[in-house]
Design a protein around this ligand. Sequence first.
Ligand code: ZN
Length: 104
Amino acid sequence: MTPQIKNLQIIGKELAIAWSDGHESYLLLEDVRKACPCAVCNGEPDVLGRGEKPEVKHTSASFELDSYEMVGGYGWQPKWADGHSTGIFSVGYLRRLDPAATEA
Ligand SMILES: [Zn+2]
């Protein structure tokens, strides 16, 4: 079972997450943005399931967080300072972004 997010806050350039199992994650916002799971950042696969990962242009504003919201207990949706906000990170996906986290 995936641990739940107990607390989430931005500390400097990092996203700090306190998990329900006591683990704490500190993820660089830059790494989080580069892991954005949305279709714009990852490309839509064609009918044969082939997909080219598009060139994504990032600026320094791409790695700054404007705001965020929790989406229906399912995920975390950041709004980046460059206006990008289509990526929804599921709780399990966020957890896997932390290499120090134990397998859920
Ligand atoms: Zn994206």
